[in-house]
Ligand binder design. Structure first.
Ligand code: G6P
Length: 612
C-alpha cells in the first residue's frame, strides 16, 4: 500500500527515484510524485494523478528537477480521492518542507483543526498533510529540524513510514517509521530509503531495517539512526539475496504469468533445503521441540490468498495431526477474543510480512501467551522479525498484485510443517509419512507437467471469458482451493465470482444457477470425488455449464458430466491442492487477458495492505 523511495547521494536523484517508483508501483498506483532539493536549497516538487507513466510524461515536457537528494511516492488512496493535490509529496505552506508518507495518521482531524485555528491553510484532503504542516509549524518555533521531527512524532498517532526533505538542510533526508515498513539501503553513490527492498535491488543489496519509533538522518556519505529518546543506535546491516532480474518481467507479458511459470523453481527452492535423505528437517524449529510436543490447538491467521492457504492447512493439518486447527481471517481474529495460551500455536502466513491485520493478530497472539510461527516470503519483514519462529518461502520477489508463486510456496511449506509436526507428535504412520515426503519431492516436476498444458487453459479461457458470474464449488480441500480460484478470477478479471462448499449449494445458492451459468467444479480430492460428482450433476441439471477439474485417475468418471475438463496429475491427496491451483491461476490470467484487464495492477487493489 503506497510506496516510498528516497535517495541522498552524489548523482542526480530524479532518475533513481523514478526507477525505484516503477518497481514499487505494484504497491499503489493511483498517483505518483517526487520532490528533489538542489544544493542551494531549491525544493522542487512534481506530482500527478494516475500511473507513474503520467508523471514521467509531465516531467519529460519540463526542465528536469535537479538535485542529488530526493523522495518519491506512489499512492493507494486512503484519505482523499486520487487527484494531483492529494498525491504525495506534500509540502508545507511555507514551501520549506516536503513529506512522503505511508500509513494513516489517526488523529489528523484534531491536529488539522488546531493548525487551521493558528492560521495554517491546508490544500489537500489527506491525513499526510498534517505531518508536513505540523513540521513547518514546529520548525518555525524550534529552528531545528530534528527537534521539529521529534515534536511531530510525539504528537501524531497512527502508522507511518515517512521521508522528509527540508530546503534549509539540502544535503539531508530524514526518515521515520512506526507500524509501516521502511528500510535504508547503503550504496556506492549514496544512501537510500524505501518501503520495499525491490526498489533498491538495482543499486544495493545492503540494507538496514528500521524499527518502530526510529528516526534516521541520511546524507550522501552517512546514515545515523536514533531511537525514540534520540540515542544513536548501532544497527545491523543485512545482505539481500534476491537478484534484480527476479523483479523484472524477463520477456513475459505480465509479472503474473512470469510468476505462475516460476512455480516449479520456487517450490523446489522452498522444499529442497528442508528435505534430507527423505526426511523433513525444519532447522528453523530446532529449538522448539518441547513447544511442539505441547501443542493442542493451532490457529492459522492471515489475509486474502494467504488465508486461503490457511483453509487448505485447516483441512490438511487436522487430518495429519488429529488436533483442532482453525483458519482465521486476521482482520477478525484480534477482535474475536481468541482462546489462546501456551498450548496454542498461532501460525501467521504472509507474503509481504507487512500486512497490518496479520501483524496485529501476531501481537495479539503473543500478548495472550501463545508462540507465533510465521510463514513469510520477504526476509526481515516486520512479521518475520516479531515472530518466535520463521519459515521462509523461497519464492523470490512477487510483483503481480494477484499472488501465485507465494501462494503455492506458502501452501507447500505449511504442509511440510504439518507432516513434520505430525511426525514429532507421533501422529502419522511411517508409511504415510514416506508417501507424503515422496509426494513433496515430486511436486516441482508435476507442477511443470500442469504448466505444460498452458495452451489448453488459454483456449478454455477464450471460450468462457464472456460470462458475468462464475461459481466455484468443491468439498473439503477442493472447497479451500475454490476460494483461491474464485478470488484469482474476480480480482484480475472483475467477473463476479463466488466459491461454495459444494454440499452447501442447495441451501440457497443453487437458486442462482440457471441456463448457461458457469460453474467450476473442483473434484481433485479423491476421497470425495463421487460426492462432488453428485453436485456437478445437480448444477448441470439446472442448466449450468461445467468446467470440471480432477486428476487423471478420475477423469473419465467426472468427464462424462462436464463441458470442459482440467485434468491434473495425481499426487498424495494432502498435496493435491498445490497442483490444483495452477490451472485456476492460468484460467483467471487468460480470462483477464481476453477482457483487456490491467492484469498486474488490478483496479482498487494493492499488493501489500498496510492499513486496517
Ligand atoms: C493483498 C494481496 C493478496 C494477499 C493479501 C495478503 O490483498 O493482493 O495477494 O494474499 O494482501 O498479503 P500478505 O502479504 O500478507 O500475504
Amino acid at each position: 500500500m503506497c510506496g516510498i523511495v528516497g535517495f541522498a547521494g552524489k548523482k542526480e536523484a530524479l532518475p533513481i527515484l523514478l526507477d525505484g517508483l516503477e518497481r514499487l508501483e505494484y504497491r499503489g498506483y493511483d498517483s505518483a510524485g517526487v520532490a528533489v532539493v538542489s544544493l542551494d536549497g531549491d525544493l522542487q516538487v512534481k506530482k500527478s494523478k494516475g500511473r507513474l507513466s503520467v508523471l514521467r510524461e509531465i516531467l519529460d515536457t519540463q526542465s528536469p528537477l535537479s538535485g542529488n537528494i530526493g523522495i518519491g511516492h506512489t499512492r493507494w488512496a486512503t484519505h482523499g480521492e486520487p487527484n494531483d493535490t492529494n498525491a504525495h509529496p506534500h509540502v508545507g505552506q511555507e514551501g520549506k518542507i516536503a513529506v512522503v508518507h505511508n500509513g494513516i495518521i489517526e488523529n489528523y482531524l484534531e491536529i488539522k483543526k488546531s493548525l487551521i485555528r493558528k492560521g495554517i491553510v491546508f490544500s489537500s484532503d489527506t491525513d499526510t498533510e498534517v505531518i508536513v504542516q505540523l513540521l513547518e509549524y514546529y520548525y518555525r518555533k524550534k529552528s531545528n529540524l530534528m527537534d521539529a521531527v521529534y515534536a511531530v512524532l510525539n504528537r501524531i498517532k497512527g502508522a507511518y513510514a515517512m521521508g522528509i526533505l527540508c530546503s534549509d538542510n539540502p544535503g539531508q533526508m530524514i526518515a521515520a517509521r512506526k507500524d509501516a515498513p521502511l528500510l535504508i539501503g547503503y550504496g556506492e553513490d549514496g544512501n537510500y530509503i524505501a518501503s520495499d527492498v525491490t526498489a533498491l535491488l538495482a543499486h544495493t543489496r545492503t540494507v538496514t531495517y528500521m524499527e518502530d519509533d526510529e528516526v534516521a538522518v541520511i546524507t550522501a556519505d552517512d546514515v545515523q539512526i536514533f531511537d525514540r529518546d534520540r540515542f544513536q543506535l548501532e544497527k545491523e546491516k543485512h545482505e539481500i539475496e534476491w537478484d534484480v532480474s527476479a523483479a523484472e518481467k524477463g520477456g513475459y507479458a505480465h509479472f503474473m504469468l512470469k510468476e505462475i511459470m516460476e512455480q516449479p523453481e520456487a517450490v523446489r527452492k522452498t522444499i529442497s533445503p528442508r528435505l534430507a535423505d527423505g526426511e523433513i528437517v525444519l532447522e528453523e524449529l530446532r529449538d522448539a521441540k518441547e513447544l511442539m510436543k505441547n501443542i493442542s490447538r493451532i490457529y492459522i491467521v492471515a489475509c486474502g490468498s494467504a488465508y486461503h492457504v490457511g483453509m487448505v492447512g485447516k483441512y490438511a493439518l487436522e487430518k495429519m495431526m488429529h488436533i483442532p486447527v482453525e483458519a482465521c481471517l486476521a482482520s477478525e481474529f484480534r477482535y474475536s477474543e481468541p482462546i489462546l495460551g501456551e498450548s496454542s500455536l498461532v501460525i501467521i502466513i504472509s507474503q509481504s510480512g507487512e500486512t497490518l491485520d496479520s501483524m496485529a493478530a501476531l501481537r495479539e497472539a503473543k500478548r495472550r501467551g501463545s508462540k507465533v510461527l510465521s510463514i513469510v516470503n520477504v526476509m526481515g519483514s516486520s512479521i518475520a522479525r516479531e515472530s518466535d519462529y520463521v519459515l521462509y518461502t523461497w519464492a523470490g520477489p512477487e510483483i503481480a498484485v494477484a499472488t501465485t508463486k507465494a501462494y503455492t510456496t506458502q501452501m507447500v511449506l505449511l504442509l511440510m510443517f504439518g507432516v513434520y509436526l505430525a511426525k514429532q507428535l507421533d501422529r502419522m504412520e511411517q508409511e504415510e509419512y514416506m508417501a507424503v515426503t515422496r509426494g513433496l519431492q515430486e511436486l516441482p516436476e508435476k507442477i511443470s507437467i500442469v504448466l505444460s498444458d498452458i495452451d489448453h487453459y488459454q483456449k478454455a479461457a477464450s471460450r468462457y471469458f464472456n460470462h458475468n458470474s462464475v461459481f466455484y464449488i468443491g468439498r473439503n480441500l477442493d472447497y479451500a482451493l475454490g476460494l483461491e480460484g474464485s478470488l484469482k478470477l474476480k480480482e484480475i478479471s472483475y467477473i463476479h465470482s463466488e466459491s461454495y462448499a459444494a454440499g452447501e449449494l442447495k441451501h440457497g445458492t443453487i437458486s442462482l444457477i440457471e441456463h448457461g451459468t458457469l460453474v467450476v467444479a473442483l473434484a481433485t480430492y479423491e476421497p470425495l470425488v463421487e460426492k462432488s460428482l453428485s453436485n456437478i450433476v445437480e448444477v448441470k441439471s439446472r442448466g449450468a455449464e461445467v468446467i470440471a477439474m480432477t486428476t487423471e485417475l478420475t477423469a473419465s468418471l467426472i468427464g462424462s458430466q462436464a463441458s470442459e475438463m482440467f485434468v491434473i496429475p495425481k499426487t498424495h491427496s494432502l498435496l493435491q491442492s498445490v497442483l490444483g491451483v495452477i490451472p485456476l491461476q492460468l484460467f483467471a490470467y487468460y480470462v483477464a487477458l481476453n477482457r483487456g484487464c490491467d492484469i498486474d495492477k488490478p483496479r482498487n487493489l494493492a499488493k501489500s495492505v498496510t492499513v486496517e
